[in-house]
Ligand binder design. Structure first.
Ligand code: NDP
Length: 683
């Protein structure tokens, strides 16, 4: 029995009367209806701006990262409910895996990115700061803060869960209440996912609202701090991004639109190479996964002219083996398109692509989807075209059939192949299959200018490759030109998209307070208590220790050389050292580092549990025999971390270390990272 879907606005589910029937892609039966009630967008926006923003900004980056993790775990427990509903979209289990577990995995990834890279506040410092005056009284840096606006996410029909979560995760981390509008055709899947998210009780009120159906006057209600993120067709992207209210108020609009992604087989590959098989496999996989309804799918397979027949035969043979039908049936590898509308659209686009090109494989070759009722479903046979004159047949670079359709096209020399790759006029992803590093390097300047992501595939990468079609949470997703010109994912970059960047100038003391990170030259707090004897909660940014001094003698250099085995001439050969730029023997940089540790550590057991690395190390002024060094250790930055099973309950403290000589010159500069225990907790 079909249900009427509901929108979730201002904390309640809205919608009772059925409107548009949404049909199963497998057998055409009605799965659900959108609702007929008009939404009150004024109320929705007001709720996000008041309750949503207030509850979100009562939390900080680290709190939100923790919530994402808990939410991901909760969704994972209920994933089978999501798989069950996803089946109506025509997806196989592995297609749904991309949507369901790919989406949940993205939540996990962003919880980890947030936990590792973001502070326990709502100010993200994007350093390093730069000196703006000679004497270090005036410096400048950048901070990123929540925009204090709302994020409107408009999603495509093909990945109703992943598409929603990959936008929600960074927006939520950034502290933006989200209004999510799924594509109507598969809104029943998104609605179910939002219900599960709400059932979790983990999300603060107002941080997520759902729109089933149209957006009404919502675009007129958007304001300067808001953001729109869109996935769908280039036409809709153009229509929405040019909305007068968005233009007038400079509201960012991030678009990820359809693109004619390519895979290029380099001329060095022969049919006997494993790379040949890899190319064929990758193209076939991208044509059949999600029945080709992936924004990243390979639409154009560009191959050397002399290999056209061989690739065509291998690809056709592979595609013929793909069993199409109801994914519930054992052995079925490809399901249906998401709707009859899509089926009709792909048919129309295929007719355009076929003009002047040969069809190597199509539905005419005895295509009958497996399963009961599938004659009423939205199935489409894997279809391969051959284009021998791709420089003349320009439709193969312009027309996207959003289904299991791809065109094989020939090139005569490598530069021409690379040129063909650019004729998509901007793509999300391209693959280059080659066994020659120099050919990869030659391709990149052309390829990278027109693509958001590039997979260079050879037999070695294939051992672990995640594939052409998989956007990864930590790598950028989005391409130039036709692909929409936007950027999503890419780790912290995605979170920054939802934050506002501001340059801040002032004294080091002021910038320490503003950024929450000690800036060298700023006021420090010194006390009798050694900074290493404080528990995590008691460490404050700016707490500092100026150590006693130590004069470096020749014996130190000899001993350190003996211990490390480092007898570099600069430390041991008086003649060569005198002829060098330093004019004398100098101490090993690593000795200075070790000696500084000896100056500043507090040796007895205490809250500092481990030193796990150092960053930004620079040896600035060399330390010569007879120089006297001294270190200043200052708490620079704190990162709180939740308790993890099997690990000590501790936070991260980064310490600024400046080693100076008797003239006050900076000899070594770096940041050390320590794990510092929290009070009264098991360590
Ligand atoms: P659309 O661009 O029509 O729709 C994308 C989203 O925009 C949907 O949520 C849709 O909602 C919404 N939308 C459409 N018009 C408006 C409007 N005037 N105001 C507000 N929201 C609007 O794409 P389709 O989903 O129909 O797919 C069409 C084509 O787009 C595909 O055939 C394919 O070529 C491409 N595509 C690209 C994808 C990619 O990832 N790059 C993904 C999916 C499709 P509603 O469904 O309610 O109309």
């Amino acid at each position: 029995m079909s249900t009427t879907l509901q929108s979730f606005i201002a904390g309640r589910w809205v919608g009772q009367g059925p409107k548009q029937a949404l049909r199963s892609a497998i057998n055409g039966k009605v799965v659900a209806h959108t609702h007929e009630e008009q939404l009150n967008f004024e109320e929705m926006v007001a709720y996000a701006r008041t309750t949503g923003l207030r509850t979100l900004l009562n939390t900080h980056f680290q709190d939100r990262a923790r919530t994402l993790k808990a939410l991901a775990a909760y969704l994972m427990e209920r994933k089978e409910e999501l798989y069950a509903i996803s089946a109506h979209t025509g997806a196989t289990r592995s297609d749904s895996w991309i949507d369901v577990e790919g989406g949940i995995g993205t939540l996990f990834a962003y919880s980890s990115i947030g936990g590792k890279d973001l502070p326990s506040s709502n100010v993200l410092h994007e350093g390093p700061p730069m000196r703006l005056g000679q004497e270090n009284h005036f410096i400048g840096s950048h901070v990123l803060v929540p925009r204090r606006g709302i994020a409107l996410h408009i999603n495509a029909f093909n990945f109703p869960i992943w598409g929603m979560l990959e936008k929600f995760a960074p927006s939520y981390l950034a502290g933006m209440p989200c209004l999510v509008k799924p594509a109507s055709a598969t809104s029943y899947v998104a609605e179910k996912a939002v219900r599960v998210m709400m059932d979790s009780g983990l999300l603060p009120a107002g941080c997520l609202q759902l729109i089933v159906g149209g957006t009404g006057d919502l675009f007129d209600r958007l304001e300067e701090p808001d953001v729109v993120t869109f996935t769908g067709s280039a036409d809709t992207a153009m229509q929405l991004r040019s909305h007068p209210n968005l233009l007038r108020r400079s509201i960012p609009f991030n678009a990820e639109a359809d693109s004619l992604n390519c895979a290029l087989l380099a001329p060095d590959v022969t049919p006997d190479d494993p790379e040949f098989e890899l190319f064929v496999k990758e193209v076939a996989r991208e044509m059949s996964a999600k029945a080709g309804q992936k924004c990243t799918a390979i639409r154009r397979a560009i191959v050397p002219r002399h290999l056209m027949d061989a690739v065509g035969a291998a690809l056709t043979a592979r595609l013929k083996k793909i069993v199409v039908g109801d994914p519930a049936i054992e052995g079925v590898r490809m399901g249906a398109l998401a709707s009859h509308a899509q089926q009709a659209d792909v048919m129309d686009k295929l007719a355009l692509l076929a003009e002047g090109n040969e069809i190597l494989l199509s539905g005419r070759d005895g295509f009958t989807p497996k399963g009961e009722g599938t004659e009423n479903g939205a199935f489409f046979a894997p279809t391969l075209l051959r284009c021998d004159r791709p420089l003349q047949q320009t439709q193969v670079h312009n027309v996207e059939a959003f289904g299991p359709v791809s065109t094989l096209m020939a090139y005569d020399d490598y530069e021409e192949g690379l040129h063909l790759a650019t004729l998509g006029r901007g793509s999300l992803v391209g693959s280059l299959v080659t066994k020659t590093p120099a050919l990869a390097a030659q391709a990149v300047p052309t390829f990278a200018a027109w693509h958001g992501r590039l997979l260079v595939l050879d037999r070695e990468a294939a051992l672990e490759s995640t594939g052409h079609g998989s956007p990864l949470p930590k790598l950028k997703h989005g391409g130039p030109g036709r692909a929409g010109g936007g950027e999503e994912l890419g780790g912290l970059r995605a979170v920054k998209h939802y934050l506002q960047r501001c340059a801040v100038q002032g004294s080091p003391t002021m910038l320490t307070a503003v950024t929450g990170e000690y800036q060298r030259g700023g006021a420090v707090q010194e006390s009798e208590i050694h900074p290493f004897r404080r528990y995590f909660e008691d460490v404050e940014v700016g707490q500092s220790l100026l150590t006693h001094r130590r004069t470096v003698g020749e014996a130190d250099i000899v001993a350190f050389g003996g211990l490390s085995g480092d007898y570099f001439y600069m430390h041991f050969d008086d003649v060569a050292a005198k002829q060098s730029q330093f004019g004398q023997r100098i101490a090993h940089g690593y000795f200075v580092l070790s000696a500084a540790a000896g100056l500043f550590v507090s040796p007895a057991p205490g809250p500092v549990l481990a030193n796990y690395g150092l960053e930004t190390l620079r040896f600035v002024t060399p330390v010569a025999i007879g120089d006297t060094i001294q270190a200043r250790l200052t708490a620079k930055r704190k990162i709180d971390r939740p308790l993890r099973e099997g690990q000590a309950n501790a936070g991260v403290v980064a310490w600024d270390v400046a080693v100076t000589n008797q003239r006050g010159e900076l000899c070594a500069s770096y940041e050390i990272l320590t794990l510092v225990a929290k009070k009264g907790e098991p360590s």
